[in-house]
Ligand binder design. Structure first.
Ligand code: SAM
Length: 297
């Protein structure tokens, strides 16, 4: 299977799909969530986005469906062009697809030795390889601290600098060899996952894209429309949580003259939705998934 959708039932219920509604799946991937939305649609339509051209081969042959092979940060422009605004619901299942993880040439996985690329959109000019070989150590350290939440960020940067003096870092294996001595073997996988996460966020400018998506949703959703976001790490989840609490990703609460919170959106559930024990066992990749749902006011 291309991608086993995480929190499928929960996210579909959260969207409360109306058969005649217009929906947007901004992270089409293997189309698992999209197919399930289509099953609940009658005369409505689904517009999907994915910046990875590999996702295009999964497109759905259905006249109610349209796939845009672009970054979701341009969502509002495409939706206006397609005369689809306002919409009833938006789904974002962030992060990378199983297809991306399992394709060794893309460099997303610590399990395979492949070129250290990490671009979701291969039209981007800068890959992880360029960052690893060209960035100043102090800039690398900031990247690992901010996006990898790694305490040893400076040591990692120094280890990379030493390794690349001998030979440029070209593969996931080169990166692994450069930094693996820094942690005991039982902590290695988690450590490498954070190192890769930091690089991936930078290469794909993921946090800026998410901020733009969240902000645009306020101009795209109908009042009562739903925004369902599945995130996979705390940096994204914090932004989503703040957005549903305060209407902005910084979580800055704005109040009117009477002390009422001024925001265009509110959280549907107070608690974050996580996969149950069964889903975590059947689909280990879903384990870190966190679903939050907002309703446009
Ligand atoms: C976790 S997968 C989604 C899987 C999908 N829900 C399914 O059921 O098959 C995430 C997908 O979103 C895409 N993606 C991530 N960030 C994106 C962005 N800013 N713009 C467009 N696509 C993005 C990735 O290329 C990847 O295919």
């Amino acid at each position: 299977m291309y991608h086993k959708p995480a929190l499928l039932e929960e996210s579909l219920d959260a969207l409360a799909v109306r058969p005649e509604g217009t929906y947007v799946d901004v992270t089409f991937g293997g189309g698992g969530h999209a197919r399930a939305i289509m099953e609940r649609l009658g005369s409505g339509r689904l517009i999907a986005f994915d910046q990875d051209e590999d996702a295009v081969s999964n497109t759905l042959k259905d006249e109610r469906f349209f796939l845009v092979n672009r970054n979701f940060r341009y969502m509002i422009h495409f939706l206006r062009y397609l005369e689809a605004v306002p919409v009833d619901g938006i789904l974002a299942d962030l992060g990378i697809s199983s297809h991306q993880i399992d394709t060794s040439e893309r460099g997303f996985s610590i399990r395979f030795d492949g070129p250290i690329d990490l671009r979701m959109n291969r039209r981007l000019k800068v890959s992880a390889r360029d960052i690893l070989n060209e960035w100043e150590p102090s800039r690398l350290a900031r990247l690992f601290a901010e996006y990898g939440e790694l305490e040893q960020a400076h040591r990692i940067a120094r280890a990379i600098e030493s390794a690349r003096k001998v030979k440029s870092l070209e593969t996931t294996g080169d990166l692994k060899s450069a930094v693996m001595h820094m942690v005991p073997s039982h902590k290695l996988n988690q450590f490498l996952a954070q190192v890769f996460q930091a690089l991936r966020i930078q290469v794909n400018n993921e946090l800026d894209a998410l901020q733009e998506l969240l902000t645009q949703s306020l101009d795209v959703l109908k009042p009562g429309g739903r925004l369902a976001v599945i995130s996979y790490h705390s940096l994204e989840d914090r932004m989503v949580k703040n957005f549903f609490r305060a209407g902005n990703v910084e979580g800055k609460i704005n109040k009117d003259f009477y002390g009422n919170v001024v925001s265009g959106i509110k959280a549907l559930n107070q608690k974050v939705i996580c996969p149950g024990e069964r889903e975590s066992l059947e689909n280990p990749r879903s384990r870190s998934a966190r679903l939050r749902v907002g309703v446009k006011l």
